[in-house]
Ligand binder design. Structure first.
Ligand code: NAP
Length: 690
């Protein structure tokens, strides 16, 4: 059977017989794949012209809801994927990370809608005033690129590898072309088949290539983004493609990484941290058969504890049940294929130049319901390198399987230096209860890592583990790890959007950005803005309030009511050595008085609630006798779907009321009107009319 490619709106078989894909457990043929004969230029054009164009016309809110719908759809189909995943050699637990972890990325990116506007682009940073009179200003914007995201993925996570990446480019408004690694592409194919059938994504938003990438990269343009996950050798080959260099096509590289763990020298065998350390290392060596880019490859322990750690790790690893992953007792399945086993064995041979095997065997292994000669099985291998500053292999060679090297260190400075010998890693962990040791390690080795974890009895209960990249955290590392970066919540979408600094008058910037910019003209109306429904409100709707005189009695009463008797608010204070001339009003009183001025009536109106204040600043003291008034402007509107619980106010009832979030820009003036005495952004929920 040949697996078709999904390109230019159709499932198309490549020419010829193609490459056979084999079951990692028993060597049986699963399918053949090939991309021979495909027109890659046409495929790229189709993605840009159809998928990306359609996505750019959608708002962040619509794109995020599309991701949520897709996540729910795929969750419903997950059993099908689990069954196929066994063939890659993965246990149910390994597949959970791949399948449900991948779907989790869709959910997580969908949730980012609460931080994003209801437009196709977003603002980056704050408004920047560029003139004294407030007529010239700037705002950075992020606008979706015109191109496509091309994802060339590694074989180890055929589902997660695709979903964690497309979740981000789809949210950003850019279509994807996914080229999974051939060896496990049948699983990616199965997921894409469901996605396409669901019709949840606009046509062209996702294309799939099973087989070689052909000459695709030679047809890319600078609006495309290439992400590559795989070996450093292939990465270097691809990123040095002259066409990419000439056209300045963004290329995000994630490659080999010699991640490490450090046992703090405060940890003794009778402490819970000792057990946590042994468990963490064992899990990282055996889960996914060690085929994780984040797996622990280097283990650093205080030299006086080397022997004890070696004995405990050996004992733990010996207990691993290896074999056919369909059997529930099996804790470690197979490598993705026999070619992979050959590759890992050859890397171990190189590591042996400066180390010896202290646990596991290269040729004998006891298997449950599996045949060593048919499947790609390997026992967990623990190596010992007693002179880690002399034998460099462990710091330079990645055996992409259940392989790790134990090494001694004398003090924390040595542990930092050893961690850095990896020349840049995705992640590193330290197990310690000593705050000084942990701090020294993080600050000393942090510049060589993308993510670091401090593990001890306090964090263990909820720890997500050394090897788990999370959608809200950045994944990637400097140097050897490729220098790329992905995920990281909102940080991720920036790779697929162009940052542009837009300059102009505040009024013009308001109309371009759909967010009210300071100094822009407001829109006056006879109707109080709180009487308008969500749909009726316009950005720039503005109210100038009456004035209120602030008295010493007001300040005294606020001090008594709130209990805030800070000396500056007390009239009898000797102000000679203070920042103030005399008794000054509490900033919070001025803010409360502001609400008294801009809030309209006792009657129920479309404003459902006020749930907070952002960026509140008190910029000038208010003394008794001053008269304050407010300029109150509708700053931004974000529509919400029904039952969309706002995590900032999850406790309110009535989440099924049609509504949206409205942000109001509040400027507080005194009678001089210059400068402002305070400024804030108020957050409200406003009912929709519908
Ligand atoms: P690989 O052999 O370098 O392949 C990676 C991807 O590149 C595959 O899709 C492969 O396709 C493709 N490829 C190979 N040659 C190509 C070419 N000339 N033009 C276009 N595409 C080409 O790596 P792998 O064996 O799949 O993955 C294992 C490596 O990935 C390990 O070193 C691991 O550390 C690294 N990795 C890193 C991360 C990370 O986030 N940093 C994550 C996972 C894995 P074919 O399969 O069709 O050859």
């Amino acid at each position: 059977m040949k697996l078709a490619n999904y390109v230019t709106g159709r499932w198309i078989d490549g020419d010829g017989d193609g490459q056979p894909l084999l079951n990692a457990v028993n060597g049986e043929l699963i399918a053949n794949i090939t991309t021979q004969g495909l027109d890659f230029d046409k495929i790229l054009e189709y993605g840009r012209g159809n998928g990306s164009t359609a996505l750019r016309q959608m708002t962040f809110q619509q794109r995020a809801l599309m991701l949520k719908k897709l996540a729910l759809f795929l969750l419903d189909k997950k059993e099908k994927f689990y069954q196929l995943s066994y063939k890659t050699g993965a246990t149910r637990m390994d597949s959970w990370v791949d399948i449900e972890g991948g779907i989790g990325n869709l959910f997580s990116n969908a949730s980012l809608r609460r931080k994003l506007p209801d437009t196709s682009f977003t603002l980056d940073g704050d408004f920047i005033g560029l003139g004294k009179e407030g007529t010239f200003a700037a705002q950075h914007l992020l606008i979706p690129k015109d191109g496509v995201a091309i994802h060339i993925n590694a074989f180890n996570f055929p589902v997660w590898g695709m979903l964690e990446k497309i979740a981000v480019n789809l949210l950003a408004g850019v279509a994807a072309i996914v080229k999974p690694a051939s060896i496990t592409s049948y699983l990616t194919h199965a997921v894409v088949k469901e996605i396409i059938a669901s019709k949840i994504l606009p046509e062209g938003a996702l294309q799939l290539l099973c087989g070689s990438a052909g000459d695709m990269l030679d047809h890319t343009i600078s609006q495309d983004v290439i992400t590559f996950t795989g070996s450093a050798t292939t990465g270097l080959l691809l990123k040095s493609n002259p066409h990419l260099l000439r056209e300045n096509v963004p290329f995000n590289l994630e490659a080999d990484s010699l991640n490490c763990i450090v046992l703090g020298n405060d940890v003794k065998p009778d402490m819970p941290e000792w057990t946590l350390f042994i468990k963490e290392v064992k899990r990282e060596i055996t889960s996914k058969c060690g085929q994780k880019c984040t797996a622990i490859r280097r283990i650093f322990v205080p030299e006086e504890k080397l022997e004890l750690v070696a004995a405990d790790l050996n004992k733990a690893l010996q207990q691993t049940i290896i074999g056919n992953p369909i059997n529930e007792k099996v804790k470690m399945g197979a490598l993705a294929g026999q070619s992979q086993r050959k590759e890992v064995l050859s890397q171990i041979q190189k590591l042996l130049a400066s180390s010896q095997i202290i646990s596991g065997s290269l040729d004998s292994i006891s298997l449950v319901e599996a045949d060593y000669n048919k499947g790609a099985f390997l026992s967990p291998i623990l190596l010992l390198n007693e002179k880690p500053f002399q034998g460099m292999e462990a710091h330079e060679i990645e055996a992409f399987g259940p392989v790790s090297t134990l090494m001694p260190y004398k003090n924390i400075d040595e542990a930092i230096a050893l961690a850095k010998l990896g020349k840049g890693s995705l992640c590193s962990s330290i197990v310690s209860t000593d705050q000084e040791i942990a701090r020294k390690f993080i600050l000393g080795a942090g510049n060589h890592h993308g993510r670091m974890m401090i593990l001890n009895r306090e964090s263990a209960r909820e720890s997500t583990g050394h090897g788990s990249p999370l959608p809200m955290l950045v994944h990637g590392g400097p140097g050897r790890a490729g220098g790329g970066e992905e995920m990281g919540g909102l940080r991720g979408i920036r790779h697929y959007m162009q940052r542009v600094a837009v300059q102009g008058s505040p009024g013009m910037l308001t109309s371009v950005t759909s967010v009210y910019q300071p100094h822009a003209p407001g829109k006056k109306s006879n109707l109080h803005p709180f009487k308008k429904y969500f749909e009726e409100l316009e950005i720039g709707d503005q109210l100038i309030t009456d004035k209120r005189k602030i008295t010493s009695e007001d300040i005294n009463r606020f001090a008594d009511l709130s209990g805030d008797h800070f000396y500056a608010h007390i009239a009898s204070t000797n102000f000679a050595d203070t920042m103030f001339e005399k008794q000054v009003a509490h900033g919070y009183f001025i803010m409360s008085a502001a609400a008294g001025l801009f809030v309209d009536s006792y009657e129920i109106n479309p404003v459902l609630l006020n749930y907070g204040i952002d960026e509140l600043r008190f910029t000038k003291p208010v003394y008794p006798g001053a008269s304050v008034f407010i300029r109150f402007t509708c700053k931004e509107k974000i529509s919400q779907e029904l039952k969309d619980i706002n995590p900032e106010v999850p406790y309110v009832k009535g989440s099924d009321i049609p509504k949206g979030i409205v942000k109001w820009y509040v400027e507080i003036f005194d009678e001089t009107e210059d400068p402002l005495v305070g400024v804030a952004t108020i957050l409200t929920m406003v009912r929709k009319k519908l």
